[in-house]
Design a protein around this ligand. Structure first.
Ligand code: HEM
Length: 178
């Protein structure tokens, strides 16, 4: 590796590793508190957290813009011809809401087997931090539901500010109380 490559990789690990996971935890808490049923289910059975994290990753798809690829050779993708050298954006969000893969996809169902989601991408560039990300989400959610079972939003859902302008979907802040 050159110095430049080493610095680039370090920045990627820091930004890719922090923004994504921090926002995934905040978005998950918001999704669970919005309709308290999910939150209460985890408070009653913290062991559901592991599966719930997979469903939250599917439902939220934090890397909203999808993954960008250059086409290596002429091919047909989803019925559309793409030529070598062209660019393709694969929407992870659309794949994670595909009713053929996940029935009733717009419903957050914490008991669904969502392990086949594509929130971490697919193929050789699939997220290298996904095991750490899963662990962080599990630890954070389990700690919150066991230590702060009465956690609730401090403002109406409509007043929570989203980061619609950022590549990693997330929240500007999440006001909570307990
Ligand atoms: C919930 C949290 C996370 C999500 C949703 C996420 C999602 C993704 C996605 C969609 C990709 C692109 C995959 C592709 O191009 O096919 C990616 C790549 C990557 N992620 Fe993550 N990530 C998360 C956490 C992390 C963490 C914790 C780290 C590091 C500690 C990390 C480091 C990376 C790196 C270095 C790449 C580039 C891999 C490559 O190009 O070969 N990510 N991530």
């Amino acid at each position: 590796m050159t110095d430049e490559e080493a610095v680039g990789m370090t920045v990627l690990l820091l930004v890719g590793g922090h923004e994504t996971t921090a926002n995934s935890i905040a978005l998950s808490v918001l999704a669970l508190l919005r309709d308290r049923a999910g939150w209460e289910a985890l408070v009653a059975s913290p062991d559901l957290v592991e599966g719930a994290v997979e469903e939250l990753l599917r439902y939220l798809s934090p890397v909203h813009h999808g993954v960008v690829r250059a086409v290596a050779r002429d091919a047909t993708v989803g019925g559309t011809a793409v030529g070598a050298g062209e660019g393709v954006i694969a929407s992870l969000f659309a794949a994670n809401r595909d009713p053929a893969a996940f029935p009733d996809p717009d419903r957050l169902d914490l008991r669904r087997d969502a392990r086949a989601h594509l929130a971490f991408g697919s193929g050789v560039h699939q997220c290298v931090g996904q095991l750490l990300a899963r662990l962080e989400m599990r630890v954070a959610l389990r700690a919150l539901v066991t230590e702060l079972p009465d956690l609730r939003l401090a403002v109406p859902f409509e007043e929570v500010a989203f980061r619609f302008d950022a590549p990693i979907y997330g929240l500007r802040s999440l006001p909570v109380t307990w």
